[in-house]
Each structure stands twice: as C-alpha cells, then as structure tokens.
Design a binder for this molecule. Sequence first.
Ligand code: GDP
Ligand code: MG
Length: 393
Amino acid sequence: RHFSGEEEQQHCNVGTIGHVDHGKTTLTAAITRILSKDGATKYISYAEIDKAPEEKARGITINAAHVEYMTKNRHYAHTDCPGHADYIKNMISGASQMDGAILVVAATDGQMPQTREHLLLAKQVGVKKVVVFINKADLVENDVLELVEIEMRELLEDFGFDGLNSPMIRGSALLALNGDTSELGENSVWKLLDAIDSYFSIPTRDNTSPFILPIDNAFTVPGRGTVVIGTLARGTVKKNVEAELLGFGEEIKTSVSDVQVFKKSVPVAKAGDNMGALLRGVRIQSVQRGMLLCAAGSQVVGNHFEAKVYFLTRAEGGRSKPITSKYIQQLFSKTWNVPCRIDVIGSEMLMPGEHGSVYLTLLRKMVMIEGQPFTIRENHKTVGTGIIVKVLN
Ligand code: GDP
Ligand code: MG
C-alpha cells in the first residue's frame, strides 16, 4: 500500500460513533497503528486517545480526541469521544462536522440504545453516509455476524440512511490493534479504510445552486450606493443578477450592479470568494450584519423551526433551573442574534444537562436551514446549544 506525496490530498472529516464499550477507541487506535506502517501517519495509542482533552466549543465543554491519519489519497481528521454525553454535545453543537461516520457495533450486543441515539443525531445534524464496523467478531459465531449485519442494515434504513449500500465490515479492533494479521485483525481495518475512502464523499464547493451571501459588513460608496461584503457560501454572482436581502424581518428586492473580489470589479464571483456586491436602490440603513443576500426567490425567511437542543449543566456554566415551555431568550447563529421563544416538545421541561426536541419561534423572521447550529444565551452566558432539524414555515 502506497500513497504518493505528490498528489494533492483530499481532506475528509470523520468520527467513530456507537454504544459505549463497543470498541470505538480501540478501533481509532488500531487505524493509526496500521496506517503508521505507511509512514505518514503517527500511531496514537488507546491511552492517548482515551484521555481526550477538554475543549470549549460554543461555550460548552466537550471531551473529544482529534486524531489524524492518511490513506492512499486522503487526509482524515477523526473525532472519538470518551462518553455518550460528549457525543451528544459534539453533534448537537456542530463542533466537528462529519462528512461520514464510522458506526461501531459490537457483535456480542448488536444495536443498543446509544447506537440508535447516535444514528438519529447523526441524521439530524446532516451526516450523509455511514460505514458500519461490526466489531468483536472474534467473540461470536458467523451466523451471529450475519444477523447483526441484517439488523444494522434495517436500522440504517429506519433512520433514513442507505442501509442497502452502506459498507459493513466485520472484524476485531482489538486483534488489529495487537498486530494480528488474520482476516478479522489488520485486514478488517484495511477493508474499513478502503470503504471510507470510496464511500464517503468530500464536500465540494457548490457553484451551481442559487447563490447565498451571508453579510459580514456593509458600507457606502459615495455616488454609487451600498456595498455588502461577505464570503459567498454557494453559487455564483454576476452583474445585474436579481437578488433579495433577507433577515431581521426584512425582505428587500434589489439587484447587483457591480461584483468585486479583492476590491476589483470582476464579471463573476464564485463560491468561497470573499466578495463585495454593489446593490441597486438599497440604503445602508436597511442593511445589517447577519442578513443574507441571495438569488431572488431562492430562500424563505421564517419564524418557526424545529430543533435539537442541549442545555448546559450548572457546572458547565448553564442554568440551575429547568427550561419549561414559553422560555424566551436570545438565539445566536452565525453573525446574528434575535430573541426567540422555546417550547419543549413531548415533555414538560428539559433539565440542565438534558437534550431534547424543541420548537423555536423567532421574534423576527430569519433564514435558517436544516443543520444550522445556534446557541441560546442568557446575560451573555451560553446556556444551550442546538441545531435546526426542520424548517416549519
Ligand atoms: P468504546 O467505549 O466504544 O470506546 O470502547 P473501547 O474501545 O474502550 O473498548 C471497550 C472494551 O472492549 C475494551 O476492554 C476493549 O479492549 C474491548 N474490545 C474492543 N474491541 C474488541 C474486539 O474486537 N474484541 C474483543 N474481544 N474485545 C474488544
Ligand atoms: Mg472510547
């Protein structure tokens, strides 16, 4: 197995998910040990991964180990969390967005509650693809492995993943970590690596969808008009295109009379460009950081959303009292914040340290899309973190 240093390596974000004790950390260590034979990957031991450092993401403390490795033509950043609560916080806060997830399930147990909970969350936060590693195959008979595979394919389907085509690899992370070269040992991890290399796709810049420019800044050019500045999230912007300025309850129709990149007029700006757009007939007073400029008619502003939210414990700087419905606080997302009412779905209240589904009602209409992370703050302190699951308007 060789990989060439000349080719540019694609970068891919992955992570292990699954029930506690099913072998996530053992597998993570085994991957680095096996790839370290190729020279470009550093072996990280089980003990090093398991003492995952605390990190602060969006105001909350998450224990997460970030491990990196290289395969034939990809560079991977891989997240492994020590505890169930860390996975929940990691996924709900959008701290490490996964392009694909490696679901570890021990054949000795089959699916367990955290297997399901991680899969559900992965789906809700926008993970597109899952590869299943059926672990601890050294401890069970072949027909048990058959049954677990069938069960996992059904489970993936139930949660909206492609259960039929998701690769399933049977193996033993422990044997692989200990240098066993049998089919269940190192070979199973090589098979897993081939599967993630070919099945997970790398997000590419989207130059074809209707454009979206989140506005960071705006200024006036005397004699010309208002210029809005931002990094083009997707699509392309050309001169004279019809556009809309959306957010904070405003829906302003306009068109782009000039496109600038690096302060020079250009015929077109592409996704990823930091750009300026000169707008027709828009006063600077109507523009706010946090608004979106987008292709006319392509986005809807709304007040109503369904979301998954995690509320921080007192020790994490969160509230000491539970959240009940009609809870009103500031919601922060990207570069904006608006007052928001939160109603708990399916129960009376959420305690600090709990996560659950909620309805959000924004006081002013904004554009929010599925998978968009946000935080809830009280008096400048983060008390909750969440992610949009559904647009309800
Ligand atoms: P995690 O909680 O999902 O990260 O699970 P760990 O990686 O900490 O593994 C839990 C326990 O299962 C440890 O004692 C491992 O040594 C053991 N284990 C992990 N993989 C295998 C395996 O393939 N076979 C066997 N027999 N034990 C394993
Ligand atoms: Mg672990």
